[in-house]
Design a binder for this molecule. Structure first.
Ligand code: MN
Length: 133
């Protein structure tokens, strides 16, 4: 057994893969013991991921605020605490906060044979992101 304290593990979401202010608390990174990748991710109002996909899919569990999840070709779906989102393997999508609310979720994604949990694509254009209500 190993306990890792929370101190010092909150890291900014990189500008290369997120729009706006995002903080990530890693929970588990895949290694020789497990394929599980997991993080708690907090999005400030207006912040969202770039478009991306996951080779083994992804499960999101919303813990706070109001956000959106959106698949390529679909409309953004509002997500709230307690909601669970399953994203199919290879399905291009983004997730993030609404324009006027924070949103936090636990993200769970399994590594593929090469250790990859995510393939990043282009930013979500403002024209594809809902305006404030
Ligand atoms: Mn995702």
């Amino acid at each position: 057994m190993k306990v890792t304290t929370s101190a010092g593990r909150t890291a900014p979401g990189p500008a290369e893969t997120f729009t706006g202010t995002v903080f990530v608390d890693p929970v588990r990174t895949p290694d020789e013991h497990t394929a599980i990748g997991c993080a708690h991710v907090r999005f400030a109002p207006g912040a969202r991921t770039f478009w991306h996909s996951h080779p083994k899919g992804q499960t999101l569990y919303v813990t706070d605020g109001i956000g959106y999840a959106c698949r390529r070709g679909g409309d953004p779906v509002e997500i709230r605490p307690g909601d669970v989102v399953w994203i199919e393997p290879g399905e291009e999508h983004w997730h993030g906060a609404t324009p006027d609310r924070f949103m936090a979720h636990v993200a769970m994604q399994q590594a593929d044979e090469s250790g990859t949990v995510v393939t990043w694509l282009e930013p979500v254009n403002d024209s594809d992101y809902p305006a404030a209500r």
